[in-house]
Design a protein around this ligand. Structure first.
Ligand code: NAD
Length: 364
């Protein structure tokens, strides 16, 4: 039956994907997982160490742009669903180098859809009823909100502002078209900013934690008043499982934590947490490390998610409060400095040097 068939996940070595894989195998009767990941700078094999020896878990090192590989994996493993997480995901990198974003996020999604459609046609009618293609996307496709505007809902018009957001918007449209044109049973989730363990330290929260722990400046873009709606990664993972299990085919579900916070507020809270959790730090009070740096070009002012559809239809609710989630996250980075060392060695170090250090305005 469908319960024994594996699920193909792409990008399962990234931040959200790895959290998803680890959470998946904590669920009762978890189906086997095939994880296809290219292991870019953002993918970390070590994140998946806890499941490496699980016979129900199978890692495949490869690129979603490789149609032959995707076709072979579908043929050989016969999955009952595809969960598509793989992407280039960092807005700043999309500004300095958009090509990789168009390739992986747009062309890569196209290749997966094309191969999924071919595969879908080989399934029995019974298998076709349960097959799903779930595309993981972002609230950034909706653009930016003024301070008093209502939160993004599923019918908010698309208005992406960064190359990253535009590439994700394009991929969402392709998924929609493959449903309408080819009747592929698709699902789309558009999620707000995630935070939690295993996040690559180029994103706001882990960047601030890892910089602060070594006494380096905490670069805050512009006035720091950009508002994001933060979601603990474990809540995102449970939302994806809920949509996979019960989402209506062809539908989009917005996922958010209902935690709107300005970036500067987030950084201040992190500094307070670090003062408390690292009481003998030579860098305390950590707020002294904050530096305001030139704003990101085209920086969206505010994102907020209206998650009532997934809440009412699928009875999904975020369970982690921002304060407890942030505390857990800081504690995780404090306990896993080797993980951070590992992922920030080499190429990434040069990148962060070029992209953050020279922009600090005040002296260090
Ligand atoms: P991430 O950058 O941490 O991980 C991406 C993963 O995809 C990495 O393991 C990488 O190796 C893999 N990958 C990249 N290109 C690939 C390719 N061509 N072929 C195969 N694998 C490839 O990203 P994340 O933060 O975990 O985000 C996962 C998904 O969730 C993305 O689609 C992203 O757009 C979406 N999303 C993220 C957030 C967030 O706050 N992080 C919010 C909403 C939506």
């Amino acid at each position: 039956s469908n319960q024994d068939q594996p699920v193909l996940i792409t990008g399962g070595a990234g931040f959200i994907g790895a959290n998803f894989v680890l959470d998946w195998f904590k669920q009762p009767n978890a189906r086997p997982l095939i994880n296809l990941d290219k292991l870019t700078y953002a993918g970390n094999f070590a994140s998946l160490a806890p499941v490496q020896d699980n016979p129900a878990y199978h890692f495949v090192h490869g690129d979603i742009l490789d149609g032959e590989l995707v076709a072979r994996l579908l043929r050989e493993h016969h999955p009952s669903a595809i969960l598509h997480f793989a992407a280039e995901s960092h807005v700043d990198r999309s500004i300095s180098g958009p090509e990789a974003f168009l390739k992986t996020n747009i062309d890569g999604t196209f290749v997966l859809l094309r191969e999924a459609h071919t595969y879908f046609q080989t399934l029995t009618p019974e298998e076709q009823v349960t097959f799903r293609f779930l595309h993981v996307s972002t609230d950034e496709v909706y653009g930016t909100l003024t301070p008093d505007a209502p939160a993004f809902h599923e019918d908010t018009p698309y208005a992406p502002n960064s190359p990253y957001a535009a590439s994700k918007a394009a991929s969402d449209h392709l998924v929609r078209a493959w449903h309408h044109t080819y009747k592929l049973p698709t699902l789309v989730t558009n999620c707000s900013n995630n935070y939690g363990p295993l996040q690559f330290p180029e994103k706001l929260i882990p960047l601030m934690i890892t910089q602060a722990l070594t006494g380096k400046p905490l670069p805050v873009y512009g006035d720091g008043q950009q508002v994001r709606d933060w979601l603990y990664v474990g809540d995102h993972c449970s939302a994806i499982r809920a949509v996979l299990a019960g989402g209506r085919i062809g539908e989009t579900y917005n996922v958010g934590g209902g935690n709107q916070r300005a970036n500067l507020q987030v950084v201040n809270t992190l500094c307070d947490l670090l003062d408390e959790l690292v009481p003998h730090s030579p860098y305390a009070p950590h707020k002294q490390l904050i530096r305001f740096v030139t704003d990101r070009p085209g920086h969206d002012r505010r994102y907020a998610i209206d998650a009532r559809k997934i809440e009412s239809e699928l009875n999904w609710h975020a369970t982690e409060s921002f304060e407890t989630g942030l505390r857990k996250t800081v504690a995780w980075y404090l306990a896993n400095t080797a993980w951070t060392e590992n992922v920030t060695s080499g190429a990434y170090k040069n990148w962060i040097q070029q992209n953050y250090s020279h922009r600090t305005e005040s002296g260090e």
